[in-house]
Design a protein around this ligand. Structure first.
Ligand SMILES: C[S@@+](CC[C@H](N)C(=O)[O-])C[C@H]1O[C@@H](n2cnc3c(N)ncnc32)[C@H](O)[C@@H]1O
Length: 384
């Protein structure tokens, strides 16, 4: 515990006092679990210190006894296979505005017992006040030009998470400060024309200019929602080199996005691997089955319609991108990773092998011993 921690007694809530777990939470929780495994393995072994900030932490446990994001982060560390090789234990900071949730979270953390050296703070405060204090404290105390940090910004609405704070966070902690942000696009779209939400949208987007065109021009509903997601992606791109998103479509049909910003290809690769784990059909989103909502089992949707832009399959997108000019396997992987919903690992099985087998791909240069294996440095082009 550092001086960031609030003076707060650990106090368990009764089961009925804990928040209810909505089945669609599984999507974000699987993403966090999967991403943390890779993030910790890479960064905690390479950097003297890493940090995780959960800006809207909640109680750490739900009514049905499933764990919430702060405990998912801690478990990712405590159970990590490479933990012995970390250069130092991570620093975790959990911000929660509801006192009884913050106290319960403290209780859950104490119940874990040995934290294997991790510094764990529970800050009972409003995110807007606490987040800047936290990242400044981390920057000052760890005294490093770059502190690899993962910030999870998961409010229920959007008016409490100003974009400006993400800017300040990046400015303070450097290019390895990443963020995953919840954006309730359908909800934002529904009220976009009403004056009462103007200042909330200004805050979430960091300016009026970023969203007012949508209000003036988009048809309400799915179109506005899609454009809101696009607009938010653009705003995030002003801070992060690589921005991706995953849509969650709960039974209530109030779709929201989990946006992810990083400057690092390895980070994006790991996050996309997590997207595909949750959605093995097309890696773009999770749809809660309405029957499941009524207790009849859970399904992953095969495909999601808007607000995701309709995308053709990977091979078609690569043909559009490269035409008949030469490209390398590395160009193809970078394109798939950064410009499509696919992973770099999809390039060979989903695009190059089928194109090669049907005679539509010409190999210009390769060190391959086996036909159609596309090792590093392979150069090729589509026939037509
Ligand atoms: C959607 S829940 C977070 C769920 C959690 N991240 C998880 O995945 O298990 C949002 C939490 O933010 C808290 N909250 C609401 N407004 C807040 C604020 N301004 N600052 C910090 N926490 C706030 C709520 O009490 C609630 O526990």
């Amino acid at each position: 515990m550092s001086s960031l921690s609030s003076e707060l007694a650990a106090k368990a809530l009764s089961t009925s006092g804990l928040p209810v777990y909505d089945e669609h939470h599984t999507a974000k929780h699987v993403l966090l679990r999967e991403y943390m495994k890779v993030w910790l393995a890479k960064l905690a072994q390479s950097y003297p210190q890493v940090a995780v900030i959960d800006g809207f932490a909640s109680a750490g446990r739900y009514r049905d006894s499933r764990v919430g994001s702060p405990l998912i982060f801690l478990e990712a560390y405590l159970t990590h296979v490479a933990r012995d090789r970390f250069r130092s234990p991570p620093h975790f900071v959990f911000i929660e505005a509801r006192r009884e949730f913050a106290s319960h979270l403290r209780y859950e953390i104490e119940a874990l017992g040995d934290l294997a050296g991790a510094e764990v703070d529970v800050v009972h405060a409003e995110y807007e006040d606490a987040f800047p204090t936290v990242f400044r404290w981390l920057s000052t105390n760890y005294n490093v030009p770059i502190l690899p940090t993962f910030a999870f910004i998961d409010p229920r609405g959007y008016e409490k998470a100003p974009f400006k704070l993400l800017r300040d966070y990046r400015a303070e902690l450097g290019t390895k400060a990443e963020a995953m942000v919840y954006v309730p696009a359908d909800f934002m779209a529904r009220f976009i024309g009403t004056a009462m939400t103007d200042s909330a949208l200004d805050k979430a987007f960091g300016s009026r200019q970023a969203w007012e065109e949508i209000r003036d021009q988009a048809a309400p509903g799915a179109e506005a929602s899609h454009q809101i997601a696009e607009a938010y992606a653009q705003v995030l791109r002003t801070e992060f080199d690589l921005v991706s998103r995953f849509v969650v479509d709960p039974a209530s049909r109030n779709r929201y996005f989990l946006f992810f910003g990083t400057d690092h290809l390895e980070g994006l690769k790991a996050m996309k691997a997590a997207y595909w784990k949750v959605d093995p059909e097309d890696g773009r989103g999770y749809r809660q089955d309405i029957r499941a909502h009524h207790g009849q089992g859970e399904l992953f949707a095969p495909r999601l319609e808007a607000p995701n832009a309709p995308e053709e399959d990977l091979l078609a997108q690569m043909r559009d991108e490269f035409g008949t000019r030469g490209f390398t396997i590395e160009d193809a992987e970078l394109f798939a990773l950064t410009k499509t919903a696919f992973r770099d690992t999809h390039v060979r099985p989903l695009a190059l092998t089928p194109a090669y087998d049907s005679g539509n791909l010409v190999i210009i240069e390769t060190t391959a011993r086996r036909r159609g294996s596309f090792p590093a440095g392979t150069r090729m082009r589509f026939k037509s």
